[in-house]
Structures are given as structure tokens and as C-alpha cells.
Design a protein around this ligand. Sequence first.
Ligand SMILES: C[S@@+](CC[C@H](N)C(=O)[O-])C[C@H]1O[C@@H](n2cnc3c(N)ncnc32)[C@H](O)[C@@H]1O
Length: 438
Amino acid sequence: MATSSETHVVDIESMAHGGTGVGTLETGRSVFVPRTIPGERVEIEITEEHTNYARGRPIEWIETSEDRIEPDCPYFEQCGGCQFWHMPRERELELKVETAVDNLEHIGNLELPEPEVVEAPDDRRYRSRIEMHRRRTPEIDRTEWSTGFFEAESHDLVPIDDCLVATEPLNEARADLETALEDVGDADILFETADDSSVVVTIVPDQWTGDPPPSLREFAADLETVESVRGVRVIGDDREWVIGDDSVDGSQVIADSPVETIRFPAGLFRQANPAINRQLTDHVREAVEQQGGDHVLELFCGAGNLSFALRDTVDQLVGFEQTSAAVEMASTLASFVQLEGFRFVEADLSDGYRDWLVGDDLGFDTVVLDPPRSGASFVCEELVDADASTIVYVSCEPPALARDLETLAEGGWTVRELTFFDMFPRTYHLEALTILTR
Ligand SMILES: C[S@@+](CC[C@H](N)C(=O)[O-])C[C@H]1O[C@@H](n2cnc3c(N)ncnc32)[C@H](O)[C@@H]1O
């Protein structure tokens, strides 16, 4: 990687996955420029040079798009968390959907049905979970640590007082915890809502040996007076320390939790936007209902967010998931409400699902899968020959989805329905639901 101080004038022609505008340099290479909009002409400085592409930073706008608006977020220029505060939400969503469809058509070589788009009710205060970082900020102070997000493509910290996409309780908890973090040093910190007003915090310091940091011990003594924080869990290489109650309500993790009051361990995967998650689980249920299947194989099931939405729809469901705490919670919840046909199994699906099937699991008619960002390549190679009649594929990463759908399409599956969910407004992320049949 090399950088250059030379400037270039580029026309922004399209939007890339990742939320950057794309232009072409004089040499013919593509250049990715953040905070730009297709149709703009910008003077840029190159920040990264690669053989086939470059990255640039906008210095001056020569022609601006009529879509451009003043960002409401004061951190937008530096913070790597969001990519879309500089245009209205409608335009943002239009561009994200266009980019995702383009990925599916060109990476996946797919013919697609007209997509449905589910808009988010709000673009701010929607996230019920954020991961922040604690680092020194050399340009501000070399000796003091701050809490915030990283700049894009970097580990330089942008201190954040109020994140506009995070719920109020998460921002309050961050502020209330600031003094307690003084002796923690470099750390990654997960803030997640425990119920509608309190938060559980998971701190993973880079280095922690000996006793817990003094500032955290002082905080522990006063925890009862801090309404915003239900509990704190500190995780080291060989030790763990819990302050207060570090469990979260089941309804925060599972849209359709059959038991409201059940407590889940902090740190499990959960969808970050509860309002859109509810829409997603409703759509998955409708898709399974429409296909009329009764035996579901669910892959990457987490703690059962999609599974429990199907509890009145199907008789048999086996869910595979690698995180043992999630499997344990899903199993506990199923036995609590006597869902005898629902079974959850700890299984690593990196090499596929087939070796994990036993006995009754072999006969399923519907497969629901919701893999991590990397996708599910081995799983999809196996699904090509599955006896199932329907696949319901939920994805948070359109390029990975495109590769997996290509494998399925080559094996005779056809995408019948495609729905995009605006799960992460103001960021480049987009959730997709596809329904495939043969
Ligand atoms: C996008 S989440 C979906 C979880 C669930 N459907 C939900 O809505 O909460 C992906 C899940 O895949 C799990 N996972 C990641 N890699 C895995 C693997 N190799 N084998 C099995 N599960 C895996 C993660 O632990 C996570 O729970």
C-alpha cells in the first residue's frame, strides 16, 4: 500500500458496497471516496494505492449533488461507524438497494424478482447494541484514554459523547461509566440494552493481570446508585469479574420470546434493531407458512430469534449453532414452554451441516439459514442436493449472499422472493431475505 499527496478530480459514478462513492482515476483504476454521492465532481487526495484500485479522501466539492444535506451527526466526517448522514434517508435506501441488487446480479450472475423494501421507522436511536473502543487519542492527549468508535479503515479513535444511532440508555450508560473506565487502559466495550432502560456492559481489556482496575472497583461499590447500568462483565485471558447483574431480558435477544422474563447471558448475538427485527421474523414466519412445510432445519440459529417465531407454524425444528451459550438458552426456552419438537444442537457449520444430521433430522422440507457476514459456502454446496422444497436465506452481507445464491442457482434453485430490510439506517449495511424453491 502506498499513499500520494497529489490531488485528482474525479466524477462519482456509482456507489460501492461499503457506502463509498466510486470514480475513475486518469489511469483507469477505480477510486473509492467516502461521503460522496453519485453525480458529484470532487477533488480528492489518494489515501491508499493498490494494484487494481485506490482509496481517496474528498478535499473539495467542485459539483455537489442536489441530494446533499448537512449531516446531523457531528462525528460523521471522522467516525467510521456510519456512511450516510449526508443525504436524505430515501436516497440512502435507494442507493443501498441498487448496490445490493447490482452485487447479486453481477457477483452472483442471478436473475432476480422485483425486490420488496421494508423501511425502518426511524434512523436514530434504533441500535440496542454497540461496540465501542477505549484508546488513547494522540491528537487530543497522549496520556488520557477516551471511549468511542474507530475512524474508517483505521484503529484511530474518535471519542464519542452521543451516538445518534444508539438508544438513549446506551449513551447514558457510556457517560455514567466514563470515570469507571479510567484505569482500564485499551479495551473493547460492548454496550447492550438489558431491558428498555438499563444496559449491560462487557469490557474486554487488552491487558488485565492481578486485581480488577481500581476505578472499576470504586464503580462496583456504587453500582446501586447508577440506574443506567444493570451490570458489568470484565473478561481477561484467564479471569472474569462480574459487577451486579450481567444478564439481559430474553425479549431483547428474541423478537418473539415466548417467555418475557427469562434472563439471557450478556454478549450473545442479537439483531441490533428491534423494530426491524420484528419485521424480519414476521416475514420469515409468513414465508414458511406460505410454503406449508412442517419440518424445518435451521442453520446458524443463534439463541432462536427466528426459531421461536415459527413455534405456532411448524411441528419440528432442529437448529444448529456453534455458540454453546446460545444453544443452551434456546434449549432452555423451548423446554420452558414445552416445545417438544424444537431441538437445538451445538454444531460448527464451517464445513457444512450434513455430518451433524442424525435420525429424524434427515427429513426436513424447509431450510432457514442466517449465517454470519462471511456467508455459508460449504452449507450451500450441500444444500444443492438437499431434499427440501424451500430455502429461506437471511443475510446481512449482500456480496456473500450473491456468491452463495450463485452456488444454489447452479444447483437448480431459483430465487422467488427478495426483500431488503433497512436494519441499519445511516450505515452501509442492509439485511436481505431471499426465498428459493426448485
Ligand atoms: C447472523 S447471526 C444469526 C443468529 C439468529 N438467526 C438471530 O437472528 O439471532 C449468525 C449466527 O451464526 C453463528 N455462527 C457463526 N459461525 C458459525 C459456524 N461456523 N457454525 C455455526 N454457527 C455459526 C453465530 O454464533 C451467530 O449466532
